[in-house]
Ligand binder design. Structure first.
Ligand SMILES: [Zn+2]
Length: 319
């Protein structure tokens, strides 16, 4: 009973912060206390922050209709088709925060037009290491893909985070055969319809605490429904060379003033800088900013972070 009251209070606080947001109408009011996601169902036709992602030559079509987010695998990708593996086709939600020791519950549903399997995880954007995968509470024990039946599938799961992930994603991988993936996840032309996605932090939702103490709860001002600008850090895929200029591009679908960015090594910031906006790039079809981190000159693997977007790269090459 006590817990219930506390939840109600937190819920009304969240509602208040939604009203303060200029796009309050876009935020699903079904957001419950403890909700860590920006979108739970797709009843109002809004998919974001959920989105699909493919790696060439994989291809997906999607539409948000009938209250579900429907992803059709046009080309699964995978090694034999010139792609890589199951991660060539993805459906995912980024900008999540996971806090060490917090307890989470998960629910997700998918309707599949064909049986198959997929990989799902909550992990850093690099996909390396994480806190939950394939409905397993233990990352290390979750390597087996989730089997998906033709028709309706529902899953419930929970986990306690072993570590804090400042920026995490919940991703589904269902592309073609390749490393770690002996066969295509689904036949070509399979449609996966996702619905009722829930990631709730019981720890954050269980007490009356200020927003700063509920780090996992979705902040409606963070990424805003349909008007969310798409953004992306684009790096040199082959890495960077010692002594040479090192630049990445930050691309957004809407014009943005100069952003701050951070280059991290093993989670520690080694360089911070400001983007240099160069306006709309016709070839890229985006507004672009140049992120110059030429002074980072020690070989290693780094992450570059802009707001909620990050990308891992090998830098610099020693040759
Ligand atoms: Zn939490």
């Amino acid at each position: 009973m006590h817990k219930k009251i506390a939840k109600a209070v937190t819920s009304s606080l969240m509602a208040a912060s939604m009203v303060a947001s200029s796009v309050a109408a876009l935020i699903p009011m079904s957001a419950a206390a403890g909700n860590c996601l920006g979108q739970n169902d797709f009843d109002d036709g809004i998919g974001l922050p959920w989105h699909i992602c493919v790696t060439n030559p994989a291809e997906q079509k999607f539409d948000i209709s009938g209250g579900t987010y429907n992803c059709t695998i046009v080309n699964p990708g995978g090694k034999e088709r010139g792609g890589d593996s199951r991660w060539d086709c993805q459906f995912r939600h980024r900008s999540l925060h996971i806090e060490q020791g917090h307890k989470y519950t998960i629910h997700w549903e998918v309707d599949a037009t064909s049986a198959g399997e997929l990989h799902t995880h909550i992990a850093p954007l690099s996909g390396v290491g994480g806190v939950w995968q394939n409905n397993s509470e233990q990352w290390e024990q979750g390597w087996n893909n989730v089997k998906i039946s033709e028709g309706h599938n529902e899953f419930d799961s929970s986990f306690t985070a072993k570590e804090t992930l400042e920026v995490a994603e919940w991703a589904f991988h269902y592309g073609g055969a390749g490393p770690y993936q002996p066969s295509d996840c689904f036949p070509k032309d399979t449609t996966l319809s996702f619905d009722n996605m829930k990631l709730e932090c019981e720890t954050c939702g269980s007490e009356f605490v200020s927003a700063s103490k509920t780090p996992c709860l979705w902040d409606p001002t963070n990424e805003l429904g349909v008007i969310t600008p798409r953004s992306d850090v684009r790096i040199n895929q082959v890495g960077y060379f010692v002594g040479a200029d090192k630049k990445a591009t930050y691309a957004t679908s809407e014009e943005k003033s100069a952003v701050s960015f951070t280059v991290k090594k093993n989670g520690t910031a080694v360089f911070t800088g400001k983007g240099k906006p160069i306006g709309f790039d016709k070839d890229a079809g985006d507004y672009c900013q140049i992120l110059d981190f030429s002074s980072v000159d020690e070989p290693g693997t780094y992450t570059i972070e802009v707001d909620d977007t990050s990308n891992t790269f090998l830098n610099p090459k020693t040759k």
